[in-house]
Design a protein. Sequence first.
Length: 244
Amino acid sequence: MESLTFRTVCIFFLFHVLFGYSQNINKDIKPKIEIEESENTLSATGTVENLKSEFRNISFKLTVFKKNKLNSNRSDNAQDGRVTLEPIQKVFLSKTQVNIGKNDQIIILLLIYDEDNAIIGKDRVVFGGEDETKVTVSKPKDGLEMIGIVSNETKTKLGSDFYDLFYSEFSKLNIKSQKIILVQEELTLGRTTKITVKVDSDVIEEFIARPDEDFLKYMAETSGAKIFKYFKNIEKQAKFITQY
């Protein structure tokens, strides 16, 4: 009986660790991407609604990922900001436009962060997938879930060069996950730049960059290996739980 009780406690703890984070997404707030389509142009407006009867200080990032399916050219554009939500209030955060051709795939992603920079809300809209003939809004159970999104939040050419190298390494891993990988860059004192690779709010790698291609390639490979190990650990924990 004691062994059974201990096992039950362990299983409960693992479920809490693995799924507690996802349960907090869109729990107290409701982010929404509102779409207007005119000829070959998409207009996307990010909105968020506070579902609680208390003030919330949040930040947001509205990103457009665009990829040509014929030549694999890609680009992304992001808008961000901060706002204080009043109780039970809906606000318009930002608006962006993007041209779309018949060979383009576009993902519009809205992320909401709390004061500790942890993701607490997200919404995605997809155009131009393999089978889509119209926009499909991402939903956890019955909608289209995009996987393997790497968000470029760098600020300099040095950071962008690392992002390209890291993205190349990440693409080789064939990781299928709904988590968002963030490549962030922060300018520090002494004209140096700090690059951070995160999965949602978990820091995977952090280092001071330098303009050396071999160094950036090495850090991209190291970061990719750590990302692979991170997701493998999650997979092992999930398999352990299913045994019971």
